[in-house]
Design a protein around this ligand. Structure first.
Ligand code: NAP
Length: 337
């Protein structure tokens, strides 16, 4: 075993993101000396597979972090607020997938391909950004660098139900299956309206300004990650009946005049993101959520000069939000450590 091997803990190991974290650790051959899997009392005693072994899940308690080097949290903001400090006191570095600490001073908010250098300035906690923000910035950052900086962003998201965790997936499945059998649609508990065969323009709770919390995350988190406090983002986040991977339609205004060709070149040269953009091929080439699911890279297409705004491009980006939007990004942060 490598001398750099770490004792990792995953808090929320049984959830959609936790299970994907285990996959990413395996696939990336992360040097793990010991793996502690934590979840609620409901899951204590269950086992999860890792590198050919079955590892028992333990109930998360304040004492769970003895000897842990890195604790990956994906159990929701409330759990992070309650338990992250215990992990830090025990000497672990916390990589947190929730929104609990993202905007706190002294907590780096990291997309490794964009601002990985910021990670070293942590005080024990590093935050993983919002998944829609990560997917958007993976496409936008190469253009931000190529065209003198982004000034403003207009975006609409098409967000998969797995973004709401295992319960979102179950709600869509149950509704689609019932409707396919000709039965009444079962009432849901995750979404405010039927999600099967529908789209819902509400992700997270509404704020006083009429935007949702999810929409404001792109505004505030984008500023922090790009070190650009003047960037403004006006976003509409929409839940769609797709199981996995988010899509975002973005119009971005830059300081310099952008071109489609230069944008394609800048994106192609950047890590973690690929251009899939040939509208005149037969069939036309553009990325969809299914094309990026289970993959590491975000895919960008439909890049064109905006017809309304000066110095602006409009484009479409898709990314697996359970993976790059959460699990993979967190594991990449752990790799930076
Ligand atoms: P999920 O599928 O609902 O899983 C939640 C996890 O938290 C489960 O392992 C659950 O354990 C655990 N948990 C719940 N209550 C607990 C408690 N009282 N004590 C200990 N563990 C508890 O949710 P998810 O989608 O994986 O999301 C997890 C976090 O990642 C959230 O903060 C979410 O906002 C964030 N995130 C999610 C995505 C995404 O695409 N899903 C993307 C970015 C960020 P049990 O199985 O025992 O209940």
């Amino acid at each position: 075993m490598s001398q750099n091997a770490k004792h990792l803990a995953v808090a929320g190991a049984t959830g959609a993101v936790g299970i994907e974290i285990l996959k990413c650790l395996e696939q990336r051959n992360f040097p793990v000396s010991k793996l502690t899997l934590l979840a609620s009392a409901r899951s204590a005693g269950k086992t999860l597979p890792f590198r050919g072994e079955e590892i028992e899940v333990q109930e998360l308690t304040p004492e769970s972090f003895a000897d842990v080097d890195v604790a990956l949290f994906s159990a929701g903001g409330g759990i992070s607020k309650t338990f992250a400090s215990h992990a830090v006191r025990a000497g672990a570095v916390v990589v947190d997938n929730s929104s609990a600490f993202r905007m706190d001073d002294g907590v780096p908010l990291i997309v490794p391909e964009v601002n990985g250098g910021d990670a070293q300035a942590h005080n024990g906690i590093i935050a993983n950004p919002n998944c829609t923000t990560i997917v958007t910035l993976m496409a936008l950052n190469p253009m931000h660098k190529a065209f003198g900086g982004v000034k403003s962003i207009l975006a609409s998201s098409y967000q998969a139900v797995s973004g709401s965790g295992a319960q979102g997936i179950a709600e869509l499945e149950a509704q689609v299956e019932a409707l396919a059998r000709g039965e009444d649609c079962p009432a849901g508990s995750v979404y405010p309206k039927q999600i099967a065969f529908n789209v819902i323009p509400q992700v997270d709770v509404f704020q006083d300004n009429g935007y949702t919390k999810e929409e404001m995350k792109m505004h505030f988190e984008g500023q922090k990650i790009l070190h650009a406090p003047d960037i403004k983002a006006s976003v509409t986040c929409v839940r769609v009946p797709v199981f996995r991977s988010h899509a975002v339609a973005v119009t971005a205004v830059f300081d310099d005049k952008p071109s489609v060709e230069a944008a394609r070149e800048a994106i192609s040269a950047a890590p973690g993101v690929q251009v899939v953009d040939d509208p005149f091929a037969d069939p036309a080439q553009f990325p969809t959520p299914l094309d990026c699911t289970d993959g590491d890279d975000c895919l960008v297409g439909r890049i064109r000069e905006d017809l309304v705004l000066d110095k602006a491009l409009t484009f479409w980006v898709v990314g697996d939000q359970v993976r790059k939007g959460a699990a993979l990004n967190a594991v990449q942060i752990a790799e930076l450590l």
